[in-house]
Design a protein around this ligand. Structure first.
Ligand code: SAH
Ligand code: SF4
Length: 346
């Protein structure tokens, strides 16, 4: 509920509108998990709120952790559908830490990439703005409870295609960004997309400072049509033009994600064609050796193949980083924990 809705609700039950800001402070800043803790509200209001509203739409049902640095949680929604979110804790130099939370925006995904566990689950529904925000608040409370600091980054890279749930995504970004609410800078948020061009153009016009990450995975239309099927509708030439406009409108450098699949898109010729596609564009490439799912057709290449791919790109003037996906042992790849849980339940 945004501030206005909350004020309206309060006024409708005979409470002063200023209580809305107090409640928001408890929820987003003090990270309170229950109405009982809202000690500056009259007891009668706390009871009234408890009877009428809930503070969280999610219940955690499976949690897996990896060496204390990555936690992945499967949540049950109120309609019993499930989604995943993950927290990645990176200790940095000089006592600083980075806590990145990776959130889902849909139950399943309509894009259907063949290498992706979520893509293989089909699409069920969009998440509400509240369900998106609740994933962040859950991990913010988790960090607070274990004294591990605050959330410093949010990436919309969990289950689903964020830009296919545009309204809720934008509302969630606004809430998480607002100084009166969660108060995280938009510069510390990244939206990852398979490349929905009309929505990328729309996002450019919002002039937000959120980072944009494009899941490219192939530099020619024939291969990309197979790996990221939405490419048939939104081909590479037009996608690149939309990316350039995003950069021009926001000044934010775009990141291109390129997952490496052995024997599929990992040759020197593929590296060359990627360098050609991105030539002259101020961007960064993340190379991600495949997070192996049960679909054995898409396996990670050997480490030396990954290295040569990166070297070839750099030789051709493209900045690239190899990202080893964290938490392989906890099914932390997109949709993997949910897939495992669904199999376990059968
Ligand atoms: N739907 C959005 C965001 C969620 S997917 C998108 O596709 O961008 C987040 C990232 O995980 C995407 O870059 C996606 O391509 C990647 N991904 C999914 N399955 C993967 C796998 N098995 N190995 C490596 N990366 C994978
Ligand atoms: Fe959907 Fe992204 Fe998975 Fe493709 S990679 S199926 S777009 S979640």
């Amino acid at each position: 509920m945004n501030l206005m809705r909350l004020q309206e609700e309060l006024v409708s039950i005979g409470e002063p509108a200023f209580r809305a800001k107090q409640i928001q402070g408890w929820v987003y800043q003090k990270l309170t998990g229950s109405f009982d803790e809202m000690s500056d509200l009259p007891l009668s209001l706390r009871t009234g709120l408890k009877n009428k509203f809930r503070l969280c739409t999610l219940s955690p049902c499976v949690e897996s952790g990896s060496h204390g640095d990555t936690v992945k949680t499967l949540f049950k929604l109120e309609d019993r559908k499930t989604i995943e979110a993950a927290l990645m804790h990176y200790p940095l130099a000089a006592g600083r830490v980075r806590n990145t939370v990776c959130v889902s925006t849909q139950v399943g995904c309509p894009v259907g990439c063949p290498f992706c566990a979520t893509g293989q689950q089909g699409f069920e529904r969009n998440l509400t703005c509240g369900e998106i925000i609740d994933q962040v608040l859950y991990f913010a409370r988790y960090l607070k409870d274990c004294g591990s600091g605050k959330i410093t980054n949010i990436v919309f890279m969990g289950m689903g295609e964020p830009l296919a749930n545009y309204e809720s995504l934008l509302q969630a970004i606004a809430t998480l960004n607002s100084a009166d609410m969660f108060g995280l800078s938009a510069r510390n948020m990244v939206v990852s997309t398979s490349g929905l061009i009309p929505q990328i153009n729309r996002l450019s016009r919002e002039k937000l400072q959120v980072g944009l990450s494009i899941s490219l995975h192939a530099a020619d239309d024939v291969l990309r049509n197979r790996l990221v099927p939405v490419n048939k509708k939104y081909p590479l030439k037009e996608l690149m033009a939309a990316c350039r406009s995003y950069f021009d409108a926001t000044g934010r450098r775009i990141t291109f994600e390129y997952a490496l699949f052995s024997g599929v898109n990992d040759s020197q010729a593929h590296a060359c064609s990627l360098a050609h596609l991105l030539h002259g564009f101020n961007c960064h490439v993340n190379l991600i050796p495949s997070n192996n799912t049960s679909n054995s057709a898409y396996r990670a290449p050997a480490a030396d193949v990954v290295q040569s791919f990166k070297q070839e790109l750099e030789k051709l003037g493209i900045n690239a980083t190899i990202r080893h996906s964290r938490g392989q042992d906890i099914n932390a790849g997109c949709g993997q924990l949910r897939s495992r849980f669904m199999v376990d339940k059968k």
